[in-house]
Structure formats: structure tokens, C-alpha cells
Design a protein around this ligand. Structure first.
Ligand code: C2O
Ligand code: CU
Length: 633
């Protein structure tokens, strides 16, 4: 048999033949690496790749050992065939499988693999069709040495392609699966109980709009979307109508006691609402405060395009201040600038001398990789920070101009009295791009941004030099008060170590962001039982800022860098963990469900800095991944 295959005049041994064989072998390895992903998706696809990989691997081996012309031609034909199938699957789509006639997305493994096949074909043909000559004698040492560069290049390509294939985007992932034989409650049942609260109905239509020449995705045509203003105790009934070309959801960021089924997280608490469909969210606004809402499907894209707005819950007894304004800080739709309530210039808000004013600041600015917070400054009147993340502070003292760091997702309520003459001005400052000590030393000092809000008539104070201002410190502000959660005891303490390193994730090379060494969806959830008090010890091992947001709960801050909270209890839903800082926080497990806990820097979340807090016995029927189309980050 072998003698049959080995021709009298074998194809000449040499570096090019070896390179061709290596390229075929590399493609074979990548095809085998994608088998698990395709097997899960559709069995025949899995089998196709087993076959393609096995055939290519045997041909590669045969080429080197037997140097038979026909084997070279067969390998070239196989490669061409596979490339043809590839091109069809990425353009017209193949007629079979879970999504017939739908072009598949292009990933690293297929790009690398196709590249190797395309290069291999002419090499194989050239070697096969070359007229046989008397072999020039080349020693085995020459052949071995000449193969080294090919080995290195093809080896590297194969490693990249197959590593990306093995670490692919999950096809289907359930963060709270049902376990047969174990009693469980489906989170779909965790809705708002019926009641007699006054109903406030809203419709939020998600729709594309062109805003200042940019393609925005909006709620009701504006960025930010409309402010939803309700009274404590109201029952909100919000209809989301999806007129976008993509599926979407609404998450109610920070609302205390929000029922889990209303949390709006695609792939965890619901199926994303497809284009042309709608869905009703219903919940009671139990606590007054400043909250916000945003899409939680493909959040990094959809929030950046404009799908967010403010949610204000006024105290039942009426608002305490004469003037009550919300100022949403956000990125302009094309990115690149910070706006306040949709304007990048000066906005004027009405107030008379002597009026009390509340400014509800919401930070929806999408930060870059460093996660840098915004740092608004109030100029022109002494003020108090009366609430953070919608939760009141006790005994807040009067402050002069300070930089108030707000991580993405965080809110702060400022209260002041209008001076006898002149206006009060809110400016925003930033110190971007400083993720390492060296960069911080080199980075320009904080700068004031163009967008400002002036309250009242007359001259507004100039922005001044923000670098000279102190930074507001919530952990030493206000007066102490009992905080039953912070007082402990704690039923459990969990370390939350935040880190990053370059690597493969979802089939691409990323700066993978990890929690306790793993990235979403592979970070093991924290499992809690209703009634427990849970402490989190958050350690930031990166030079970036991580505003860590826990859905559905209130975090009591215990300490920052080991120093206990001195003043008012600090209650947050998003804790801004600065470069190399350590924060201890605790929460009462008082709201059953499956809850996201993630960095609100959307880039970091999409690169893996996401996990869930699961109540024992609660399961979800939803899944994330390519099959369902749900991508919560
Ligand atoms: Cu403001 Cu998980 O979100
Ligand atoms: Cu982060």
C-alpha cells in the first residue's frame, strides 16, 4: 500500500513543501478547536469540522511522509473547498443549521484559518505541478533549520486561532439553572405584588434618531430620555416599545426593592425585547431618591448610543426644596464630549434669590478604559451633599467648592440656597487618562469641561482652577447614625478581587477584566439566603477605576483602605473603587432573585468584570449567549 502511494519520483523535499504541510496542519488544528462550539450549536456542523480537521491533518502528515503528488492536489482541493464553504457561510449563509441562510459572524479563528488555507493552496499546487527533477541533495540539517521560521509563524497563527476558538462567545449560558430534583422558584414569578398604589403610566419608545448629525438610539426621541418623575409609593407602569433594529431592555438602576423580574437584564431576568415588540415593567417606587434607567442589553453599545434617562422619586410629603432639578451628565452621542441634559454649552435653570435648590446629579458619562469618574464642582454658594445614589446622608455639613467624584452610574443630590445676587454654577471636571502612578504624574491636572449649568439670574462664577480644589470624601462627612447592616454581624464575607490581563475572551484578544481571577460568565456566583447580611471585601489590583454596581440592593460602606466610615452612614448601589483601593461594603439579602454585580465602566463589564449574586433556590429560564441573542453587558 505504502509502496503504491510512494511514487518513483516523489515531490521534492524542501522548506516550501514543509511550509505547505504546516499550514494545512495548522488549519486542521483550528478546525478541531472549533468543534466543541459548533457541536453545541448544531451537531452536523460539529461533525463537519471533525471531518475537515481529521482529513486535513492526515493529508498534512501524508504530504511530508509520502510526498505524493496526488496528496498535494487533494490537500489543495480540500482547502479550496473549505474556503468556498467559509465564504458562502459568511456572505449568503448556508441553507442548513439553526439559522439557515443567515451569514455567520466573522471571528479570529476563521480569519486565521482561512488565511493559512489561502496561502497553502498555491504552495501545494506549485509543488505538485512542478516537473520532477533529480533531487538536489539537501541534508536533513538544512531541511530542519529551514523549517524553523515556518514552524514559528504557523505555530503562532495556530495558537492564536485555536485559543480564540476554545475561548469563544458562549452559545448558551444560564446563570441560575434549574437543578432536577431540587425545589426552585423561577424568577419570572418575582414580580410586584398587586396593590392599590396610585398608578403612574409611561411609555418609553426606543427609536433611532439623528441628533446633531449623529445616529442616536433614544427613548422618545431625546438623549437623555424623558425624566420619569413620580411620588414615593406610586406604582410605575412603564411600557417599553421597541422600534430599534435590535433587541433591547430597560434596567431601573438603583431602585430599592425592585422586584427581580422587573430588573431588565437581558439573559438573566428577561428575554431582550425584539424589534417591533413591547413589554411592560411594573414596580412600586418605595423610597424617594434619584435613580436612573438604561438599556441592559448590549449595554456598552446601547447606553453609549443614548438609551438612558433619569428616574426621580419625590418624597411622599412633597419636595423639601423650592426648586428641584435633575442634571444628567452624559457623553455626547458621537462620544468625545460631556454634555449636561443634552447640552454641551451653558444651560440656565430658573431660581430667585433666597430659593432653596436641589440639584440631582446623575453620572451617565461613558468612561474610557481608565474608568475615570466625573468630578462636578458647585460654585457660587455653600451647599450640602444631602444624598448619594438616592440614599440620604445624615447631618450633612456645609461645603465650599469641592470636586465630587462620581463613578459611572453614581448620583449625588446637592442642596443650597440662592445667594442675594448672582447665579450659582455647576461645572464638571475630569482627569482622564491616568491609570498608573507615572501617568498620573504626567497627566494634565483636572480640567473643567465646556458644559455647565447656571442656576438663577445674573453673573455666574467662572470655573476657576479645579486642580486646586479638595476632593469630597463621603467617608468622613455628616454625623454618625445607626446602620444595622454596617453594624453586622455578617453571615459571610466574600473577597472581590478586581484585576485585568490581556488574553482571549469571546473569541477575540481583549484586556480581560477579571473578578477573583475569572471573567464573566465564568465567575462563580455568590450564593446568599434571604435574611443574611453579606460583607464584600473589594480589592482593586488595577490602576483603573471600577464603579461596582450591585443590582436590587443597597450597599452599606464599612471602610475604604481599611479606614472605617467616620461620619454619616454611606449607602450606595454603586461603589467607586479607585486605583489600588480596597473597599469593605455590606448588604442585607432582602430581595430574592438573581442579581448582577458588575463594574459600571461598560468596557470593563463587556471584557468580563461581571458576576451575579444568586439567592439559593431561585432559577432563571433565560440564557445569555449567541443562541438567545441576550448580551447583558
Ligand atoms: Cu446601571 Cu447593571 O447597571
Ligand atoms: Cu471597571
Amino acid at each position: 500500500m505504502l509502496t503504491n502511494l510512494r511514487p518513483a519520483h516523489p515531490v521534492r523535499q524542501g522548506p516550501l513543501l514543509n511550509l505547505a504541510a504546516l499550514l494545512v496542519l495548522g488549519a486542521a488544528i483550528i478546525h478541531l478547536a472549533v468543534v466543541p462550539m459548533h457541536w453545541e450549536e448544531y451537531l452536523p456542523f460539529g461533525l463537519f469540522f471533525v471531518l475537515a480537521g481529521a482529513l486535513q491533518a492526515s493529508l498534512a502528515l501524508g504530504i511530508v511522509v509520502l510526498r505524493n503528488r496526488r496528496l498535494l492536489l487533494a490537500a489543495a482541493a480540500l482547502d479550496l473547498g473549505i474556503v468556498a464553504v467559509y465564504v458562502v457561510s459568511r456572505t449568503a449563509g448556508v441553507p442548513v443549521g439553526p439559522h439557515p441562510w443567515q451569514p455567520e459572524s466573522i471571528g479570529i479563528p476563521d480569519v486565521v484559518c482561512t488565511l493559512m488555507e489561502v496561502v497553502a493552496v498555491p504552495l501545494l499546487l506549485a509543488r505538485a505541478l512542478r516537473r520532477p527533477r533529480r533531487p538536489r541533495s539537501r541534508g536533513p540539517v538544512f531541511v530542519a533549520v529551514a523549517a524553523v521560521p515556518s514552524l514559528l509563524v504557523v505555530g503562532a497563527l495556530t495558537t492564536v486561532g485555536s485559543a480564540a476558538a476554545i475561548d469563544h462567545m458562549p452559545y448558551a449560558f444560564n446563570v441560575g439553572p434549574m437543578v432536577p430534583g431540587r425545589p426552585s422558584t423561577d424568577l419570572d414569578l418575582l414580580t410586584e405584588a398587586p396593590g392599590t398604589q396610585p398608578v403612574e403610566s409611561f411609555t418609553l419608545t426606543a427609536e433611532p434618531r439623528t441628533i446633531e448629525g449623529q445616529q442616536a438610539w433614544t427613548f422618545n426621541g431625546t438623549v437623555p430620555g424623558p425624566e420619569l418623575h413620580v411620588i414615593q409609593g406610586d406604582r410605575l407602569r412603564v411600557t417599553l416599545v421597541n422600534h430599534l433594529p435590535a433587541a433591547t431592555t430597560i434596567h431601573w438602576h438603583g431602585v430599592p426593592g425592585l422586584p427581580n423580574a422587573e430588573d431588565g437584564v437581558a439573559g438573566i431576568t428577561q428575554q431582550a425585547v425584539p424589534p417591533g415588540h413591547s413589554m411592560v415593567y411594573e414596580f412600586v417606587a418605595r423610597e424617594p431618591g434619584t435613580y436612573w434607567y438604561h438599556s441592559h442589553q448590549d449595554t456598552g453599545t446601547q447606553l453609549s448610543k443614548g438609551l438612558f434617562g433619569a428616574l426621580v422619586v419625590e418624597p411622599r410629603g412633597g419636595q423639601a426644596e423650592k426648586r428641584d432639578y435633575t442634571v444628567v451628565l452624559h457623553s455626547t452621542v458621537g462620544g468625545g464630549a460631556v454634555a449636561m441634559n443634552g447640552s454641551t454649552g451653558d444651560t440656565r435653570l430658573a431660581a430667585r434669590p433666597g430659593d432653596t435648590v436641589r440639584l440631582r446629579l446623575v453620572n451617565a458619562v461613558v468612561p474610557g478604559m481608565d474608568g475615570t469618574p466625573e468630578a462636578p464642582v458647585l460654585l457660587g454658594a455653600p451647599y450640602r451633599v444631602v444624598a448619594l445614589d438616592g440614599r440620604d446622608l445624615t447631618g450633612p455639613g456645609t461645603l465650599g467648592p469641592e470636586r465630587l467624584l462620581l463613578g459611572m452610574g453614581q448620583r449625588a443630590d446637592l442642596v443650597f440656597t440662592m445667594p442675594a445676587s448672582g447665579a450659582v454654577r455647576l461645572v464638571d471636571t475630569e482627569q482622564q487618562g491616568a491609570t498608573t502612578a507615572v501617568q498620573r504624574a504626567l497627566t494634565p491636572r483636572p480640567t473643567a469641561l465646556a458644559a455647565t449649568v447656571a442656576v438663577g439670574d445674573g453673573q455666574a462664577p467662572a470655573s476657576g482652577d479645579p486642580a486646586s480644589l479638595p476632593v469630597f470624601d463621603a467617608t468622613t462627612y455628616g454625623t454618625p447614625a445607626p446602620d444595622p447592616v454596617a453594624a453586622g454581624p455578617f453571615d459571610a464575607t466574600y473577597p472581590i478581587v478586581l484585576n485585568e490581563q490581556p488574553g482571549f475572551r469571546d473569541g477575540t484578544v481583549q484586556l480581560v477584566h477579571t473578578i477573583n481571577g475569572s471573567s464573566s460568565p465564568n465567575v462563580p456566583p455568590i450564593t446568599v439566603r434571604e435574611g443574611e447580611v453579606v460583607r464584600l471585601h473589594i480589592v482593586n489590583e488595577t490602576g483603573e477605576y471600577h464603579p461596582m454596581h450591585l443590582h436590587g440592593h443597597t450597599l452599606s460602606v464599612l471602610a475604604r483602605n481599611g479606614a472605617q466610615v467616620q461620619g454619616s452612614p454611606v449607602h450606595l448601589d454603586t461603589v467607586l473603587v479607585g486605583p489600588h483601593q480596597t473597599w469593605d461594603v455590606a448588604f442585607a439579602a432582602d430581595n430574592p432573585g438573581i442579581w448582577m454585580f458588575h463594574c459600571h465602566v461598560l468596557l470593563h463589564a463587556s471584557m468580563g468584570m461581571m458576576m451575579t449574586v444568586n439567592y439559593a433556590g431561585i432559577t432563571t429560564p433565560y440564557e445569555m449567549g449567541t443562541r438567545s441573542g441576550n448580551v447583558p453587558e
